[in-house]
Each structure stands twice: as structure tokens, then as C-alpha cells.
Design a binder for this molecule. Sequence first.
Ligand code: ADP
Length: 200
Amino acid sequence: MATNITWHDGLTHAERSKLRGQNGLTIWLTGLSASGKSTIATALEQHLLHSGIAAYRLDGDNIRFGLNKDLGFSEKDRNENIRRIAEVSKLFADSTTVSITSFISPYRADRDQARALHEKDSIPFVEVHVDVPVEVAEQRDPKGLYKKARAGLIPEFTGISAPYEAPENPELHIRSDQLTVEESVTVIVEYLTSKGLVRL
Ligand code: ADP
């Protein structure tokens, strides 16, 4: 029986990227709750998709309530949360998608581990610190979480009763109280194109 199926044993990341015509990578957004990670991630995802680039956002809604629904917010559970997110994001990136993660990820060691996981397989990892003073985040408080944390209703709330360890050498540092959402997306896209990570 004649077939037109093309295959060979194994497929390297480089071959997959060439066949798909784009590179995969992880854009790791980190910052306080309400710093603007999800807002920027959503705008960035849309911009890339409109430009013909496969992009996908991992966030609390599709990870915390699914794969990681067994995890809480203790330090140990946060470590495991980030470990799993890093593995999943790496898989998306390996499939040649631009994977955008939007999690507080407060511990430096966890983010460094996520980076190491990618770098071991030569998958680019772009850490973006979405930064605002905690007072600004608290004023924004779109979900009322700071208010609840101040009232003692949410234990271990980052920035209030749990630490946030700011990145020391992120690829990008965005002050979301000084840039608009559009400007933040532009900063990220310009970085990606200047490094040849995406072609628009
Ligand atoms: P996070 O995902 O970091 O918890 P969100 O994106 O859910 O943060 O919330 C950030 C809030 O701040 C949103 O209500 C957003 O509209 C608002 N905001 C105001 N200015 C900006 C800005 N320049 N960049 C990002 N978010 C902003």
C-alpha cells in the first residue's frame, strides 16, 4: 500500500524548529501579585498570535486549577508548583511554541532551577521581572487579595506575609507603574527580535 507518510527515527529540537519555521522558548514573568504579569502576558500572547507566531500562556487558571490543584502556598508546595510549571513550559517550548508563564514565583532558587532545566536542553529562557512597589500593587488590588491578606484571611501572601526574592539578573526588568501595557509588550518583543528568538 502506497503511503505519503514521511518519518524517520527521532526528531531533534533543531529539526522540529526548522519544520515549524519558528523557535520555542519560555518567557518567564515573575513579580508580586497585581504587578501586571497576567495583563502583560495576555497582551504579549495576543500580539505574537496576531503576528503568526504560536504562543501560549500558562497561568493560575490553567495550571493551579488543573495539574497543580493538589498544591497549596507553603514554601514546599510553591517549590513543587514552580518545578512542574517549568517542566510543562519546557515541553511547550520544545514543541516550538513561545510559552509565556505568569506566576509570582517568589523564590530565586526555584526560578534558577527553571532556567537550568531549559538551559540543559539549550531552550532559551527569558526571565522578565514585572516590578512595582508593593504599595502600587496593593492600591491596584484587582482581585481584593491584598485586602484579604491585610485582614489576615490569606496566610503566606507574597509581599505581605511571605517573601518575594527579586531577580538579580533578569533578561528584562519592567516597571509596570512606569510603562503602559503596550510599552511593556514592545520592550519584550524588541528583546526577542534583537536576540533572533522570534522573527516578526
Ligand atoms: P498579576 O498577574 O501580576 O497578579 P494582573 O495582571 O492580574 O497582575 O493585575 C494587574 C492589574 O494592574 C490589572 O488590573 C491591570 O489592569 C492593572 N494595571 C495598571 N497599569 C498596568 C500596567 N502598566 N501594566 C500591567 N498592569 C497594569
